[in-house]
Design a protein around this ligand. Sequence first.
Ligand code: DC
Length: 229
Amino acid sequence: MSDKRIIIALDGPAGAGKSTVARRVAERLGFVYINTGAMYRSVALWALRLKTELSDMHRLEQLAIEARIEFGANGHVLLNGEDVSEAIRAEAVSLAASKVSALPAVRRALLGTQRRIAETASVVMEGRDIGSVVFPDAQVKIYLDADPQERARRRAAELVRRGQTVDPAVVAADIRKRDESDRTRTASPLMQAPDAEFIDTTGMSLEEVEEAILRLIRFRTANGKELAR
Ligand code: DC
């Protein structure tokens, strides 16, 4: 058996179904699950709490360098030792994260952290630029997408599950705004890597998406243990 670490890169827009499926796939394979969106959200949350101007690149870069972001059990996210798993899901943080993530200096800082994590473990890493920029040599690259309406519906359902009151029209508009900014920014925009497998999750259940991804992983690796190529 090779001890080569395996990287599964999972990219796609908000509401495509990445997080839940990535966590389950990581669990099935015994890999570490890393949600890079949570890292941008953590920097954004810290900036909002410190009342940092979201145009203050230097300060935001400093926060991204200094932020101690850790992933605990069940996808919990710790920022400087505090569990911020719920706090980073607020809509204000979503919008701030979209702005913060457009700054090249912030991306550079978090890119270093993301690469370091994968030096010590096999990972399922989800985000927007994992297959294109963070790990262009990942053994498995997957790009998930779904109808914009379906993505807005899922996002609204997630917010309701978290006990928030939602206006579906506002959620749909927020998703559109974030998509637009994630896709059109200059620094590492959301895009499908040319060698990524595309999966349209519209109308697919979580189990179906999970199975499709595990099939791809098995095809590319020997049960997630060894490179087939
Ligand atoms: O996946 P998410 O919605 O939690 O991501 C939050 C924000 O961070 C979103 O606007 C996109 C951005 N992001 C990014 O630019 N690059 C990543 N690798 C992950 C997220």
